[in-house]
Structure formats: structure tokens, C-alpha cells
Write a protein that binds this ligand. Sequence first.
Ligand code: ADP
Ligand code: GLC
Length: 492
Amino acid sequence: MRVLFVTPECYPLVKTGGLADVSAALPPALNHAGADVRLLLPGYPAVLNGLTNLHEVGDLITDLPGCDRAQLLIGRTPDGVLAYALDAPSLYNRPGNPYLGPDGNDWPDNAQRFAALAWCASGFAAHDAYDPWWRPDVLHGHDWQTGLIPAYLTLRPDRFDGPFRPATVMTIHNIAYQGQFGAWMMGDLGLPSSAYRIDGVEYYGGIGYLKAGCLYADRLTTVSPTYAHEIQTDEHGMGLQGLLAGRADSLTGILNGVDYHIWDPTTDPHIAARYSAEDLGGKDLCKADLQAAFGLDRRPDAPLAGVVSRLTWHKGLDLVLEAATQWVAWGGQLAVLGSGDHASEAGFRHLAAWYPHSVGVTIGYDEALSHRIQAGADILLVPSRSEPCGLTQLYALKYGTLPLVRRTGGLADTIVDANPAAANDGSATGFQFVNPTAQELTWALRRAATLYRKPERWHAMQQRAMTRDFGWHGPAEEYMELYREIAPALVA
Ligand code: ADP
Ligand code: GLC
């Protein structure tokens, strides 16, 4: 089963969020399960510098929409997975964030940049295949940046040999990001103008890349079962609910996993002391280290809540700003690492200035510090208004840092609330609240603080959390099953 895994991000080469972690960890897990998965990434400087053994494949590519000359290269990721890079300097040779220019706005040619990526992916199946030695059975695209892949396969049959058409899978990691561009782009994308219609790539008066992916892909997946339901509703579908409900039979929710080579307190090189479920002693040192790093009072008995997050509205961190005063009044501490909306950044800076002994804030992106928070905090806050899967709560479980989450998407699917029933049957692993209000968050914090004062029960919950298995093995098997269903003739 040959799968081309097309993604705009891959840790540690380029990362803005969880998609990068998934793109780094799922392909090796699929290969372990018997697939032959290769990545296709845009040739950003960090990708060209980060792949090893990079060399050219095939001839110069001269038919990319919006780009005269490009070259396909192949190398290996730090995890040893074969990865193609589309080296198109006019599109990707830009440092920094993969989507935003130095002014913090989207690059004005993002439509062309990601149309080119999708065109290149579909070119693996063309008459004149870009890599004549490796033809994928499945093209698996991730998020709007790859949404045009199935559209090219469907709408440009002239490029493909019928019997060799690979199956297509589109995975939605976050429906809030849809890749919507002006209708005037239509002439530049290599799509027939007849495709600009409601049952085509047209989307609210423009062109919708995610919409195109959702319409034309053979199968759709998203990253948790609950989110798969949610995106078919008016509340969470963000305009695509009707299309997705109409394709419900083709839509599956497969939970993300954790790469325990990277996220494991028994081996983590970033944390002050290693510890395990059997011996939690080192976690106290990690807490002292975190309090020092954030300038907090060294109080071993203060419940310390951590946040590691992009600061955007859907992450719900404004609720934390509102609830913080009460949390501090109960003796709680807070350590926040994040970046994003300016208002949210300013809000957290003010909070830290207001409560310097109890609240510490680092604005920015810092991989090592994110590990220290996971290890040193007692509680990890993930109060998202929507959360397709969420990875930080899964990392927290492994570090015995009990997640306090809003009951939505993958948070609902992965964290068992410490309600009386779950406390009795011994299944609780964290805390949930339902409505996105500061009041409900505050109640949940209250429950967490109360339980924290009962060390025996707290330790039992930590141990349970740390032994839950959210590895990639199970999800990889589910993807394999899906690939087999859509490419049945190809499996011997
Ligand atoms: P999303 O993809 O919506 O941002 P996830 O929970 O799936 O949410 O993944 C977020 C990833 O980004 C995690 O690996 C998390 O540790 C990381 N992360 C988020 N913000 C920061 C930050 N400021 N510094 C370091 N890592 C961060
Ligand atoms: C998105 C989602 C997040 C998910 C990640 C990886 O960024 O916001 O919930 O965990 O993708 O699938």
C-alpha cells in the first residue's frame, strides 16, 4: 500500500500546531503497520535544510500553476521517513512562518503556493508521473492546503490514466481554517472554469480549497469521533455542515496519537528530573524548576496550572483570564506559554504583572519550555471552544499532569471527568466543564483544587492518567483499514 502523505507541516522541520506532530509521527506508525508512506512537503528553507540525503527526482517541473520552474527532491526526515520536497523557490523560499509574511498577514499568494503543492501531489498519478518509479495507491492530504488534490484528479482527467487513478483521503484537522480565495483566481489554478459552481469549487462567492477537498475526496477523516459529528452541525460546521452531513457515510473520526519517543517523562531530555508512574518523585523537582522559570513563589503545595497553546479565540483562553483572580485567591498558580492574538497576549502579560508571585507568562513559541510545563504543572488547562482532537491534553496525561478541559471534540473523547461515578469506578483522568463560560471553568478549577488537597486520590488519578495508552499503533491500524477499503484491488 503506497501512500503519498501530503502536508504543509512536519515536526521538527516546520511546525505551527498539532498537524506537524501528526505528520511526524503517523507516517512511521503506518510504515510499521506495513504501508509504504512517503511525505510530500513544500520546499521551505527549513525543509530543504532539514531533510538528509536530498537529491533530485525526475525532470524539471514546468507545468505547475503559478510557477515556471520547480524541481522535485527526495530525502529523509529526522525520523527516517522518505520525503519529497517541492523545490519551487518563487513560492516557498521564504523564512519564518509557513503561511504568514513578516507583517503577520497571510502571504498574498497562498492560493498559488498551495495549489502548486496539490498539483504536484496529483502529478504523482499523471501520465507523465513526476516520480516514474513510485506511484501511490492513495493520496492522503491534510487540511485546506491540500484540498485541491482530489479536485485536480476529478476535474482534470486529461492528466491521468484512468486505471491508475489513486484513491484520495482528505483529513480535516481544523475546520476553522478553510483556504478561501477570490473567484478571480480561477484562471490561475489549472482548473476548468466550469468547476466554478455550487457543486464544484465555488464557496460563498469565492474558491474554497477545503470545500473542494471535502467534495471530491473519496473518503474524509477528521481527528476525533466527536468532532466528526460536530462538524456536521450548524454550531461547528463553519459553513461546511451541509456538505459534510451529505457525505456522513464517507466521514470517519480517527483519534490522534502521541509520539512517546518525544513525550515521555522517563526519558525527556528537556525536563529537570525524570520520573515515572511508579516513582513520581522527580515531578516535584520539575515543579520547582517550572516555578523558578516563571518567577513564581516556590510553594510545593500550591496547585500549579499550566497552559501551552496558540492564543486564538477558539482555544478559550479568555476564560482563563477571567477565572484567574479566583484561582489565585484559592492559592493556585498559573504558568502560561503561548502566542497569537495580540489582545490575548496583552491580557496574559497584564495578569502576570498583577500577580507576579502566582502567574507567570511567556509569550512566544518554545518547544523545550512546553515540555517543562507538561512535567512541572499539576493541571493542564485546555478550555477550548472547539478542539478537533488536541494533543497537549494527551501529553499531559503521560506526564501525570491532570487535564482540565472543555467537553468538546477530542477533549471529550480522551479525558474522563472526575465525577462521582468515575471516581468510584476508578476511570477518571481529569476534569471537564461543559459550557464555555468563566463560571463553569471556575467551578471545574474548584473541583480540581479540592481534589488536589487529597494527595492519595490525586496520586491515584495521576497514575491512571500516566498509564493510559494513546500511542499511534491503534490509529495507524484504523487508517490502514480505511486505505484498504478504498484501494481494495491494490492489496494483495
Ligand atoms: P493546535 O494544533 O490546534 O494548536 P494541538 O493541541 O493539536 O493544537 O497541538 C499543539 C501543538 O503545538 C502541541 O505540540 C503543543 O505542545 C505545541 N504548542 C502550542 N503552542 C506552543 C508554544 N507557544 N510553544 C511551544 N509549543 C507549543
Ligand atoms: C489542529 C487542531 C487540533 C489537532 C491538530 C492535529 O490544529 O486544532 O485539535 O490536535 O490539528 O490533528
